[in-house]
Design a protein around this ligand. Structure first.
Ligand SMILES: [Fe+2]
Length: 402
């Protein structure tokens, strides 16, 4: 089914390529500039979006083995994700219920149980209390609920989603709207995590607007990769999640097309049934509200997965960037992959985020009243509509939205 959907997308894109068109929205859409810097609004976004919807907090490839764990802090919430002895992914508040001490330091590791570094209480990999230090002295612990606080977690398409609300009953399948089936065509669970880094950036929505935006590519990125790149985008959506892709330009080849790897150029005139999955999966796959997956070719078929979180104040965000490779690279490929990842640091940090940090200063002056999204910028428009919907809904469980 998902391959059929990818072919349908390729067919629509091909029509637009041949006609020299893209899909356009009705009229220009405006977002109040205040939405990007108002502190109350920003706090609402953290509380009503990031603390209510499933977030991508890890990759299967980060914790492939039983006992592997990943500790991460997300919008101030310490979380630990682990693979239990049945191979299932679980997530907990990374805190001992005794006094709240953090069980694991941020990072990756392996252990089949949790031991609190403060008083030595231990917990099983399902979060149940295993033992407390000198129990006779402590008192009747059985009367208290002393298991770890469990957070809803799901593993799909090689990606791990966690909801920061332990009581959330939002169904992950409804939230994903079939998007995980599309993403599963990457087969990310078998990919190799080649490199990783963290970057500081502007307001999370300023940054995310950029991930959905191809309109800026040949201008802002002209000196790195954008020269001769199309500024036109098609958006395909599954619930709030969107795939972004330029219609292929004829007869000119986007210089972004990979050398030595199959590309749309090689298959444009061939029946869609012959198109390989790597070509059908080209483009940027975004996962609401904070992920972008973009395909690259440095060192072989690769992706950069950007995981974006609000920082400590409206003007700040944190991005975790992963460079994943379909196959473990040899020496030569590893060198190319390092070069690609280094270039992408410059692209994101110096070109995208520096622009974002500057533009949010202009917005904060109050002299610019709104941020505009053109008829060609449907992705940003859809994103902001979802943000508004999540902030304004009366449905605390969000089940009516997805
Ligand atoms: Fe950009």
């Amino acid at each position: 089914m998902s391959r059929e959907k990818l072919i349908e997308i390729a067919r629509i894109n091909k029509e637009h390529s041949l006609n020299g068109t893209i899909e356009l929205e009705d009229g220009i859409f405006e977002v109040p500039a205040k939405n990007y810097f108002d502190r109350d609004r920003w706090q609402q976004e953290v509380d009503l979006i990031f603390k209510r919807v499933p977030l991508v907090l890890g990759l299967s490839a980060e914790i492939p083995n039983i006992g592997d764990y990943k500790a991460i802090e997300v919008v101030g919430v310490p979380v630990v994700i682990t693979r239990d002895n049945k191979g299932e992914v679980r997530a907990f508040l990374n805190a001992c219920p005794h006094r709240g001490a953090q069980l694991k330091e941020v990072g990756l590791g392996n252990s089949t149980y949790f031991s609190c570094p403060y008083h030595g209480w231990t917990f099983n990999d399902d979060g149940s209390l295993r033992g407390i230090a000198t129990p006779k002295d402590f008192g009747d612990a059985d009367k208290l609920c002393l298991d770890l606080i469990s957070l809803p977690a799901s593993e799909k398409a090689g990606i791990i989603w966690v909801t920061l609300n332990p009581n959330s009953d939002l169904n992950i399948d409804s939230f994903l709207s079939g998007y995980d089936k599309m993403l599963s065509n990457f087969g990310l669970e078998n990919w190799h995590i080649f490199n990783y880094r963290t970057l500081k950036g502007p307001n999370w929505k300023v940054a995310y607007d950029g991930y959905l935006d191809l309109y800026h590519i040949p201008v802002l990125h002209k000196d790195t990769f954008g020269d001769n790149f199309s500024n036109r985008a098609m958006y395909y959506n599954w619930g709030p999640h969107q795939k972004v892709i330029s219609p292929y330009r004829l007869p000119q080849q986007d210089n972004f097309e990979p050398e030595g790897l199959p590309s749309e150029k090689d298959y444009f005139d061939k029946p869609f049934e012959e198109w390989p999955m790597s070509v059908l999966m080209a483009g940027v796959w975004t996962i609401f509200p904070h992920i972008s997956i973009a395909s690259f070719t440095g060192g072989g078929r690769s992706i950069m997965l950007s995981q974006l979180f609000p920082g400590d104040k409206p003007e700040d965000s944190i991005t975790h960037q992963y460079y994943l490779m379909e196959k473990k690279p040899n020496k030569k490929q590893a060198k190319e992959a390092h070069e690609q990842f280094k270039l992408l640091k410059y692209v994101v940090e110096i070109e995208d985020y520096k622009t974002g940090i500057n533009l949010q200063k202009s917005l904060k002056t109050g002299m610019i009243k709104s941020v505009k999204f053109g008829r060609n910028e449907g992705g940003g428009r859809r994103f902001h509509k979802w943000v508004d919907q999540l902030l304004n809904t009366e449905d605390k469980n969000l089940t009516s939205l997805f």
